[in-house]
Design a protein around this ligand. Structure first.
Ligand code: FE2
Length: 274
């Protein structure tokens, strides 16, 4: 599916932008389905606030590996623990097995196009470990700091690859992705490791994060797919616009590599591929 020029670009830059990967009716169907999932979600069911810079984790998070669960934004609640705005505008994300358990998400996430693309990126035998619907809500959609996805999802050797689909136009204003081209050739800086039900972040390497001029914003139209290497540093700024910036992500490894046993995300048996 990818010509040699694009394959080479991915190897050099650590990411690839593919406009028009999904048609509008499919991205819209995904957004409608996510709205339905949130609509029937009961906030009293034990959900937690999701943040990437919190050390702890709870059952709601650790138990979501093979479930479909909603996670609140950090700024969703006031000091008294009440939602500042309606539930539908307070959810950070839905995770982490949408691609397996929900028929609409499963249809979106599988097929020969995906498999061919993954093979071209060096993953001929995929295992799809995680899916997330990311809301990036207007006003309260928080910043996601510089990170590498291999911090959270790790394999040996490192074949973790992210697939990020814009479900709405992503702009600097509404918190698009920023990447540091080529920086996937640097070291993994941190690992988020789990022992039993305890998680912690371990620093492996203190190489600084890329500086301002090294970061490139990926302003893309709805339907665009961004593929990125698990070691590529990336971040997204807070969404301070009046509109949401919905996206859907999948994370895969190649089955010839070994899913690290201290990953937070654990399953009794490895997942299937594209
Ligand atoms: Fe990420």
């Amino acid at each position: 599916m990818l010509n040699p020029v694009l394959r080479q670009r991915y190897r050099e830059d650590g990411y690839l932008v593919l406009p028009g990967f999904k048609p509008r009716h499919e991205t819209d169907a995904l957004r409608r389905r996510a709205e339905q999932i949130v609509e029937v979600f009961d906030p009293g069911a034990g959900s937690g606030v999701f943040t990437t810079h919190r050390q702890g984790a709870d059952d709601w998070f650790l138990g979501s590996a093979e479930r479909v669960r909603c996670f609140f934004e950090e700024e969703a609640f006031d000091a008294d623990g009440r939602l500042r705005q309606p539930k539908a505008q307070s959810i950070n994300k839905i995770g982490h097995a949408l691609h397996e358990l929900d028929p609409v998400f499963a249809a979106f996430s599988h097929g020969p196009i995906w498999a061919e693309l993954a093979a071209d990126l060096g993953l001929p035998q995929t295992q799809l470990w995680q899916s997330m619907f990311i809301f990036k809500q207007p006003g309260i959609g928080g910043e996601v700091h510089w990170h590498q996805d291999a911090t959270f999802l790790h394999s040996e050797p490192m074949t973790v690859t992210g697939f990020w689909v814009a479900l709405e136009d992503a702009t600097v204003d509404n918190g698009c992705l920023w990447v540091a081209p080529g920086a996937h050739r640097g070291p993994l800086r941190r690992r988020f490791v789990r022992a039993g039900d305890a998680v912690r972040t371990v620093t492996l390497d203190d190489t600084p994060w890329p500086q301002g001029a090294d970061a490139v914003p990926l302003e893309v139209a709805a339907g665009t797919l961004v593929c990125f290497h698990g070691l590529l540093p990336h971040y997204s700024a807070a969404n301070r616009s009046a509109a949401s910036r919905h996206a859907y992500t999948l994370h895969a490894i190649d089955a010839r590599s070994r899913w690290s046993s201290d990953n937070w995300l654990r399953r009794a048996t490895p997942p299937g591929g594209f």
